[in-house]
Structure formats: C-alpha cells, structure tokens
Design a protein around this ligand. Structure first.
Ligand code: HEC
Ligand code: HEC
Ligand code: HEC
Length: 450
C-alpha cells in the first residue's frame, strides 16, 4: 500500500491556503461567467450592419462557402456582440457590462494584425470548440464557446471563410477592465477544467431530423441557453434546469419549456416561428436582449431552421410550477387604479392587448415569470420592440420611472401578475427600488438606457 507521508503543520497550512486561493479564483471567475452573456443595452443598429448581413454576395470563387459562412454567422449572432455602437461591422470593441468590470469583444474582420485575417481554419476551430485562441490564450466564456463547441469543423471553416471577406478594420479593442484575479486568463483554466469539456453534437436517433436540426441550432450556434438557462454559482448552466428562464442584466429571459403559465405551453410551433421571424406574435413582442437576437440573427434565418428550432423548443418538458402567495387586496386595488390610468390605452381593459402591436397581458409569460425583474424593468424603463424586415414599425412602451413610486410600480406589477387568470408572486417595493437604482433611473431617462 502506498501511504502518503504525514505532512507538517506548515505544509498543511500552505496546502489549505493554496486551496482557498484556487477556490476564490474559481468562484470569482465563475460569478463573472454568471453574466457571461451580458449584452449591450438596446441601441440603434450599428450603421451598415444589417446590409452587411443581407446584401447579396456576388458570384465568384468560394461564393457558396462564403454564403454558407455568412448564414452560420447569422445563426450564431456573432454580429451583435462583435460590433460596437458606432463601429464598423465585426470590428469588435463592444463593452459587455458585468458587475466585475467590462470585457470587450474582439475584432473579427479580416485585419491581419488585430482581426482573424491571419488565422488558420485549425486555429479558428480551436477558439470556438475549445475556447483557446492562438498562442494558448484562454478566452473568456463571454464568447459562448460552451455552446459553440458542438459546431462542426466544416461549419467553422465556412464562418472563417466568410469573416475573411469582411473588410479589414485596423482596430484593437480596449483592454478589459477587470480586477484581479479575473484579469488573469489562466484563471479560466480552472473553470474550463471544472465546468467545460469540448464535445461535438450527437444526433438523437429516436427523434426526427427536424428535431435534431433544432437541437443542434438551439444548443450550438443559437446559444439560447446562455440567457434562458439558470446558472450555478460557478456560472455554469444547470443542465437539469435547462431553458427554465433566468435573470440577465436586469431582464428576465423567460422560461422556454412547455409550462403553460411561465413558458411556451400556450404557444404553437407557428407562434414561435412568427416571433423569431418578425419579433412579435399574438402573445408577445421581442425587445432588449431578445430584440437583438431577433434583429441580427433569427429574423434573417430560413423558415426551415426556425421551424426546426420551434420543434425542438416544443419538445422541452414543462418546468415545475411554484405556488405563489396570494397578493394583498390593498395592492390589487391600487394596482388596478394605476393600470386603468396608465396602461389600458395600449394593453386595453382585461389586459387583452392589441396582438401584434401591444402584447396581451392576460396569460403573458413575461408577466408571470417567478422572478419579477423583467416586469419591473419594463414598467420602470419602458422598452422598444425590435423592428424587423417583416415588421419594420417601432412599437414602444413608455418609461414610468419618473411617474410612479417604488410602491406604485410594485402594486401595478402585482396586479398584472395576478389578474385575468394570471398568477405569480406579488412584487415588493424593495425589489423595485433595487432595480431602479441598478438602472440608474432616479433621473429622467437618457436615450442609452432605453
Ligand atoms: C455574447 C457575445 C458574443 C457572441 C454571441 C459571440 N462572441 Fe465572439 N467573443 C466575444 C467576446 C467578449 C470575446 C473576447 C473574449 C476574450 O477576450 O477572452 C470574443 C472573442 C472571440 C474570438 C477570439 C478572437 C481573438 O482575437 O482572440 C473569436 C474567434 C470569436 N469571438 C468568434 C465568434 C464567432 C464566430 C461568433 C459567432 C458564431 C461569436 N464570436 C459570437 C463575445 C461574443
Ligand atoms: C442575450 C440573451 C438571450 C439569448 C441569447 C436568447 N434570448 Fe430569448 N429572450 C431573452 C430575453 C431577455 C427575453 C424577453 C424579451 C422581452 O421581454 O421582450 C427573451 C424572450 C424569448 C422568447 C419569448 C418568450 C415569451 O414568453 O415571451 C422566445 C420564444 C425566445 N426568447 C427564444 C429564444 C431562442 C430560440 C433563442 C436562441 C436562438 C434565444 N431566445 C436566445 C434573452 C435571450
Ligand atoms: C404606449 C403603449 C403602452 C403603454 C401605455 C404601456 N405599455 Fe406595456 N407594452 C407596450 C409594448 C409595445 C410592449 C411590448 C414591448 C416589447 O417589445 O417587449 C409592452 C409590454 C408589456 C409587458 C410585457 C408583455 C409581454 O408578454 O411581453 C408588460 C408586463 C407590460 N407591458 C406592462 C405594462 C404596464 C403595467 C403598463 C402601465 C403601467 C404598461 N405596460 C403601459 C406598450 C405599452
């Protein structure tokens, strides 16, 4: 038998200190990853981006490969993260806000020095499959490589072929603004070891080709779970809670399972396709983070792929329903008065809405998420539905931050969450205050916050 020699007290203390340091590094890296997909607050589209994504690609050598690569780039929504507000398409430098600091996306143009112009297909595959860039540089999972890992080599080759046609922009993104130890890329080795193993997609032979295509897109390039799946304290997606909804950057990415109240149980596959294609349907409109996903990704995808995504989503088993305490009668009374005064002009009495324009609040899953963050944010900050080619008009909901107190916002939210058959936990004024301060909404809104 091989018995380890007893360690001295000093030795044990050193080992203990080392373990604590490693744990701290892991936890801080992890909690950072928790917000790994934090995205920009909605803004006007960066100039020229949509036309770069949609204008016809002329015939020429490799034209088919390049077209396929652009389509896959769209399916991966690479453009939203890799284009800064006033920057050129794919030049990077978009600051993704996290509570720990700011990370800037990389330059993906054909620039040889700062972009991917000099990358080999092997290097590019490794970045997306393993999260490691040339030179052994470990990438932060703000680049959703835990999803992109399943993207096939032939697809990453096509994406690279397309990106190499994107006009070079000689631009280096600013240095990330992270405190120690997050600024050390090596801290990601520990996280990768614990939470990530590169793998490829295995089709489920029991399911249809359409379902498998949907699974491949949703789990892979679409990285839908990056926002819609709750995360552990180490920031990894909790697989047995997949797609049950999660708060992200003061929004809630709702439950996408078959739960009829909080999820997509009441949506048909056609409803899902319509939402992803046009940014709205009879149930809901897409704005904020999802508005960007729709604008630069799903609205430009083929109907076949959107139907595949819908088929896969419709197969997700319902999340468990949580009991919610009954709201107080006084909150419902005040909430009802505020609703008739401030909300019925658009959402109509009975929360019926004007589907396709102003979403119905009766049965709204956004309104009934267990976590009220999204509803509070909508009422405080207002929002703007993402315009798409099929539905180019802007629909907006005004901000009520300047008009309603924390208690009033809580009451009208409680009312909307518990009327017309809706049921969700009542909202407390403290929750509203916390979000008001996070959104810095004590002052009149600036355009950037909308
Ligand atoms: C949610 C935001 C987000 C999305 C979506 C995204 N990226 Fe990124 N990507 C980033 C960030 C942030 C970095 C910088 C990571 C770092 O510095 O470690 C990055 C880095 C990269 C890098 C490394 C570049 C370098 O010079 O080190 C490559 C390659 C890359 N992304 C490709 C892609 C492709 C291809 C897609 C679409 C299939 C994509 N990304 C989608 C945020 C994103
Ligand atoms: C960057 C984060 C993010 C990503 C990535 C993302 N979503 Fe969303 N999604 C959201 C948010 C936030 C909402 C709520 C939008 C709103 O209230 O306007 C949402 C809403 C939705 C809704 C409407 C739900 C409802 O009940 O109203 C559907 C359907 C949806 N997303 C599907 C997807 C699919 C499919 C993907 C992957 C292709 C995806 N999402 C990727 C953040 C995201
Ligand atoms: C000027 C019209 C207008 C007014 C007034 C208005 N809203 Fe809205 N509301 C909208 C629009 C447009 C959306 C869709 C936003 C989007 O794209 O997600 C919306 C969305 C919502 C949603 C999310 C519904 C879903 O399923 O996506 C809730 C909840 C909501 N509003 C509550 C309220 C409350 C409460 C009030 C009153 C305090 C109010 N609204 C006043 C226009 C309005």
């Amino acid at each position: 038998m091989n018995i380890a020699p007893p360690r001295s007290l000093g030795g044990r203390i050193l080992v203990a200190i080392a373990a604590v340091v490693v744990l701290l590094i892991l936890i801080s890296a992890g909690s950072w990853l928790w917000l790994k997909t934090t995205q920009p607050i909605v803004s006007d589209p960066p100039p020229g981006l949509l036309s770069v994504l949609t204008e016809p690609i002329p015939d020429g050598p490799n034209a088919d490969l390049i077209r396929r690569g652009r389509y896959l780039t769209i399916a991966g929504d690479c453009a939203s993260c890799h284009t800064s507000r006033n920057g050129r398409p794919f030049q990077g430098g978009l600051g993704l806000q996290t509570p720990f600091g700011i990370i800037y996306s990389a330059n993906l143009t054909s620039d040889r020095e700062n972009g991917i112009g000099a990358w080999t297909p092997e290097q590019f595959f490794r970045a997306l499959h393993d999260g490691v860039a040339p030179g052994g540089k470990h990438l932060y999972p703000a680049l959703p490589y835990p999803h992109f890992t399943i993207v096939s080599r032939s697809e990453t080759d096509a994406i690279l072929a397309y990106l190499k046609t994107v006009p070079a922009v000689h631009y280096a993104q600013p240095a990330n603004r992270f405190p120690f130890p997050l600024n050390i890329r090596a801290s990601l080795i520990g996280w990768d070891a614990l939470e990530f193993s590169p793998h490829s997609f295995h089709a489920n032979p029991a399911m249809s080709p359409q379902w498998n295509r949907g699974a491949y897109l949703v789990e892979g390039l679409g990285h839908c779970g990056a926002c819609h799946t709750p995360k552990s304290i180490l920031g990894a997606e909790i697989h047995d809670q997949a797609y049950r909804g999660a708060a992200i950057e003061n929004w809630v990415a709702p439950d996408l399972t078959a739960n009829p109240r909080t999820g997509l149980g009441r949506w048909s596959a056609a409803d899902i396709v319509q939402y992803l294609r046009s940014g709205r349907n009879a149930h809901a409109n897409a704005s904020g983070l999802m508005g960007e996903v729709v604008a630069y990704s799903t609205s430009l995808m083929s109907d076949t792929d959107l139907s595949a995504i819908a088929t896969y989503l419709k197969s997700l088993p319902p999340s468990p329903s949580h009991p919610s305490p009954a709201p107080e009668a006084s909150a419902m009374r005040t909430g009802s008065a505020i609703f008739f005064d401030g909300c019925t002009a658009c959402h109509l009495g009975g929360g019926r809405g004007q589907p396709g324009m102003f979403p119905p609040l009766q049965g709204s899953s956004v309104a009934q998420q267990n976590d009220p963050t999204g509803v509070i944010r909508l009422i405080l900050a207002g929002t703007r539905t993402a315009p798409t080619r099929t539905r180019p008009s802007f629909q907006s909901m005004p901000s009520f931050a300047w008009k309603l107190s924390d208690q009033e916002v809580a009451d009208v939210a409680t009312y909307v969450r518990n009327s017309w058959g809706n049921r969700a936990p009542p909202v407390d004024a403290h929750e509203v205050a916390a979000i008001r301060s996070k959104l810095n909404l004590t002052h009149p809104l600036t355009r950037d916050q909308r």
